[in-house]
Structures are given as structure tokens and as C-alpha cells.
Design a protein around this ligand. Structure first.
Ligand SMILES: Cc1cc2nc3c(=O)[nH]c(=O)nc-3n(C[C@H](O)[C@H](O)[C@H](O)COP(=O)(O)OP(=O)(O)OC[C@H]3O[C@@H](n4cnc5c(N)ncnc54)[C@H](O)[C@@H]3O)c2cc1C
Length: 479
């Protein structure tokens, strides 16, 4: 028996970007939609809170909205969000040499890479020039490709392990390091296939659309999606953790913005044992250890050009970053971890009181780790920004368990909704032409555990909702 007294055509469980996108898609198609969220506010990975001190607005999870800007799902919606671009999308400081800056302009980026200028243009630059048709093909991997030729051209180097591409196509330590910093976003061992693809795509997006933040915080993106849903008659219930499908009102389509382990828990009594077995083989990736800081002043980067970058990759050379990620893949805690840092207030000063700043950073750790990595993370920042600790007013720390308590989709601290390994790139959460569908009629999965995977792009939600609508229409035509 459900506690909901209205009638709905569609119910969505979970209000991350994918759940919100699924709900908006169903509502815009004229369906009466209920969205149920466990937390007190909508957003999932799109939440902004004063985690440290009053007046300092920290994104609890996602900040960098390159994928949202590039995604066909978001492009079609044209949301009322003010995107703020940092002067430089990303920087990669190095010991004893100038930092590498990844500019919006591929030519300017390539120029600074000296002997690797042509290689950068031939790989990352070519992907950026291929533009939205290529991005659309990569973000909707099971649809008819919009750019088959550029996808094939991108695909050949993309399947290579980053360590292989970097050492075969690039000669300078700068280019190799910057590609490693990009590829390490995948949370994979950089000797794994496809890591080049993740790195090249992210770098190409820096050129194509930039790496902006949402003015006021990522919560603004969730709020805009929720407002769109409500405008189309959708209803939102927050503070309700769904433990079983039996709690939900009857609906023709139910879309779960959940990862496979939670899907099994919530819908296990309805799903056939064979499918449950396949879900149980789904692999989660490493966790993250995240820190947020309130700062009295900008980070004192040794190379001052880093101050203009929204995102900073801290880990030094290709070899060092590869070692760090290999350690994590083997279940170890790196001594000098690769640290991904984001300075949102460089692009959006409204995040902090005048003159002050917010900063966040995480390193990768084995899934479910309970090791305190604060000292190691801060040491990496100090290495490239001596005196950093002197500008810290307050810090907030979340290991894997704290992250999962806030959002049960972050299983063991895995922020990707499952490992991004090659076998789970398309076979996500299971192999099939329609991986969003479950064997139960009208029951779908729409989270980052479905193609095209993690990040704020809403494509899992859009694809699952479109599939649900197509199937509803086919069923109606049969009657
Ligand atoms: C620290 C961190 C930094 C990140 N940085 C970036 C970034 O800069 N850029 C980027 O593009 N991506 C980033 N990501 C990844 C991005 O946030 C995710 O890929 C994205 O949010 C996944 O969206 P989703 O809709 O699939 O799930 P989520 O956003 O995880 O949302 C799932 C929602 O379901 C709810 N839920 C779970 N179980 C239940 C239940 N039983 N009943 C009801 N509700 C439930 C949860 O509370 C949550 O609100 C980051 C993630 C983290 C954690």
C-alpha cells in the first residue's frame, strides 16, 4: 500500500541529474509524474551547501559542468542557468617548470606544448573540432552515430590505455602529464583500455564548450530542472527513502535513478533471479576522499597562472599519476595521491564573501576505504602552493562512508555509479540493446549506472524516459 494518494503515469525514484531529466522528459510528454527523493532537497550530485562557514557555498559533489553544456539532453532544455566560465578551464602544475594550461583555444594550448603541438591538435584538437555531432555520438553510444567518421577516428586512439597513447604519440613530459591528469578522472588504472578516450574527451570539451560552473552553485541546475518539472505539473516528494516498489503508487512507468545494488534491494522481489544475478556482477569503482575549504584568500599557487584555472590537476608527471591510480586499483592508498582540485570562486565570486574563496579537492581511494587522507591531500596542494594551509579558515572532510550516507548511490564512495572499465562502458548495468530496461514491464533504470555513465549530462535519464515513452506508445497502439 503506498502513502501517495494521487494517481500518476510515471514515478521516478531519485532526483540526481538523471532522475530529474527522466522526470522532466516524461512530464513534457504529457505524463503525470511523481518524483520521490530520499534527501531533504532535490539534486543528487547537484547540491550546494554551507559546509564550512556561513557565506561559503560549497558544491557537495559536482561543480564542473562541461558535460552538461555539451549534452544533447541539456542543450535541448536550454535551462535558465547562468554558466560562469573561469578564464582557463584547467591547469596542471609541475615541479620546477611552468604549469600547463588547457585554454579554450586548442591552438594556444598546443603552442605551449612545443614538440607536441601537432600531436595535441591531431588528437584532442581534432575531437574538439568534430564538435557536437561527435559528442552526441559518444553520449548516446547505443543510438545511430551522428558522426560515424569522426567517431571512428576518435575511437582508434580512445580505446588505448592512456599510458600507451601518451608514450607513443607524445614526447614532452608536459603533454604526457596533462593527458594523464585528464584521463585520471575515469578513476581507472591508466594502463586500462579506454582511459585515453576519457582523457581526450574531457580535454576536447575544455576547448569546445569550456569547463564552466553554475553561478550560485550546482544546486541551481537541480533547481532549474525541478522548476521545469513542476511547471509541467510534476509533483516532488523529498525526505522519502524508497525501500520497496510496493511503497509507490501504481504507474505505467517507474524509473529508478539508482545503482544496481539499490535496484536489487528495492525491486528484488519483482525481478527474475537471472537478471538479479547479472546485476550482482556489476562492479563498483574506487571511492573518493573529498575535502572542502573556506579560504581567506586565493590559493597561493607557486605558478601564478594556475590561479585563473577552474580545475587543477595535482599529481605531477604521467608516471606519478599512473602510479597513484595503479595503487588505488590494487586496493592501496597512494602516498602521493593524484588530487583533483576545483576553485569555483575563480569563475563565480558569489560562492564566498568578498576577497575570500572556496576550494574542493578529492583523491581516489579503494572502495569503502576508511583511511583519513586529509594530510596527503593537503600535502599535494602545498607542494604546488606553498603556504596553502595559512589561508585555510575552515575545512570539511568526507570519506566514502560520509558520501554514501548523504547519497546512497555513492556506493563505497564510488562517484561514478560503477566502474568505468571497458566492459561496463556499454554493458551498463548489463549487456543489451536497451540496458535501461529491466525484464519487468514498465520498470527502468536511469542512473549513471546506465549508458553513457557518470557526469552531469542527464543522458541516462533522457534515454530511459524516451524508451519508456516509446514502449507505452507501442502498447497503446496494440490495444
Ligand atoms: C564529490 C563529487 C564530485 C563530482 N564532480 C563532478 C563534476 O565536477 N562534474 C560532473 O559532471 N560530475 C561530477 N560528479 C559526478 C556526478 O555528480 C554524477 O555522475 C551524477 O550526479 C550522477 O547522477 P545520477 O542522477 O545518476 O545520480 P545522483 O546524482 O547520485 O542522484 C541519485 C539520487 O537518488 C537518491 N536516492 C538514492 N536512493 C534512494 C532511495 N532509495 N529512495 C529515494 N531516493 C534515493 C539520492 O539521494 C540522490 O539524490 C561528482 C560526484 C561527486 C560525488
Amino acid at each position: 500500500m503506498s502513502g501517495f494518494d494521487s494517481e500518476f503515469d510515471a514515478v521516478v525514484v531519485g532526483s540526481g541529474p538523471n532522475g530529474l531529466m527522466a522526470a522532466v522528459t516524461m512530464a513534457e510528454a504529457g505524463r503525470r509524474v511523481l518524483l520521490v527523493e530520499a534527501a531533504g532537497t532535490c539534486g543528487g550530485g547537484l547540491r550546494t551547501e554551507e559546509l564550512t562557514l556561513p557565506g561559503f557555498r560549497h558544491d557537495v559533489c559536482a561543480t564542473v559542468m562541461a558535460m552538461a553544456l555539451a549534452s544533447p539532453a541539456f542543450r535541448e532544455l536550454d535551462l535558465d542557468v547562468d554558466w560562469a566560465h573561469p578564464p582557463v578551464p584547467a591547469a596542471h602544475p609541475l615541479d620546477k617548470r611552468p604549469a600547463v594550461l588547457v585554454h579554450r583555444d586548442p591552438g594556444r594550448t598546443a603552442e605551449a606544448l612545443g614538440r607536441d603541438a601537432a600531436a595535441w591538435q591531431a588528437t584532442v584538437g581534432a575531437a574538439a573540432r568534430a564538435g557536437f555531432p561527435l559528442v552526441d555520438t559518444l553520449l548516446a553510444p547505443l543510438s545511430l552515430p551522428k558522426a560515424p567518421f569522426s567517431a571512428a577516428r576518435f575511437g582508434v586512439p580512445a580505446v588505448l590505455p592512456l599510458t600507451v597513447l601518451a608514450r607513443s604519440a607524445f614526447r614532452t613530459p608536459e603533454a604526457r602529464a596533462v593527458l594523464a591528469g585528464m584521463a585520471a578522472h575515469s578513476m581507472l588504472d591508466l594502463r586500462a583500455p579506454l582511459t585515453s578516450g576519457y582523457g581526450m574527451l574531457l580535454a576536447a570539451l575544455a576547448h569546445r564548450v569550456g569547463w564552466p560552473v553554475a553561478r550560485g552553485g550546482s544546486q541551481a541546475v537541480a533547481d532549474a530542472l525541478a522548476a521545469r518539472l513542476v511547471r509541467h505539473g510534476g509533483e516532488i516528494v523529498t525526505g522519502h527513502t524508497v525501500r520497496s516498489l510496493r511503497e509507490l503508487p501504481p504507474a505505467r512507468s517507474i524509473l529508478l535513478d539508482l545503482t544496481p545494488r539499490q535496484v536489487a534491494a528495492v525491486a528484488g522481489d519483482r525481478l527474475p533471479p537471472g537478471y538479479l544475478r547479472r546485476l550482482s556482477r556489476f562492479r563498483y569503482g574506487p571511492g573518493v576522499f573529498k575535502m572542502d575549504w573556506a579560504l581567506s584568500a586565493p590559493v597561493p599557487w607557486r605558478d601564478p597562472s594556475v590561479a585563473s584555472a577552474g580545475t587543477v590537476h595535482l599529481g605531477g608527471s604521467l608516471e606519478e599519476i599512473a602510479r597513484s591510480e595503479a595503487d588505488v586499483a590494487r586496493g592501496r592508498h597512494p602516498e602521493r595521491p593524484y588530487v583533483l582540485a576545483v576553485q569555483p570562486s575563480v569563475a563565480d565570486p558569489s560562492r564566498a564573501p568578498a576577497g575570500a574563496h572556496v576550494l574542493w579537492a578529492y583523491c581516489h581511494v579503494p572502495n569503502g576505504s576508511d583511511v583519513d587522507m586529509s594530510a596527503a591531500v593537503e600535502a599535494q596542494i602545498e607542494r604546488f602552493a606553498p603556504g596553502f594551509r595559512d589561508v585555510v579558515l575552515a575545512r570539511h572532510v568526507m570519506g566514502p562512508a560520509a558520501l554514501e550516507r548523504r547519497n546512497p548511490n555513492l556506493v563505497g564512495g564510488d562517484i561514478g555509479g560503477g566502474s568505468a572499465r571497458l566492459s561496463q562502458f556499454v554493458g551498463r548495468p548489463v549487456y543489451g540493446v536497451h540496458p535501461w530496461a529491466t525484464p519487468v514491464d514498465g520498470l527502468y533504470i536511469c542512473s549513471a549506472s546506465t549508458p553513457p555513465g557518470p557526469s552531469v549530462h542527464g543522458m541516462g535519464g533522457l534515454q530511459a524516459a524516451r524508451l519508456a515513452l516509446r514502449r507505452e506508445e507501442r502498447a497503446a497502439a496494440r490495444v
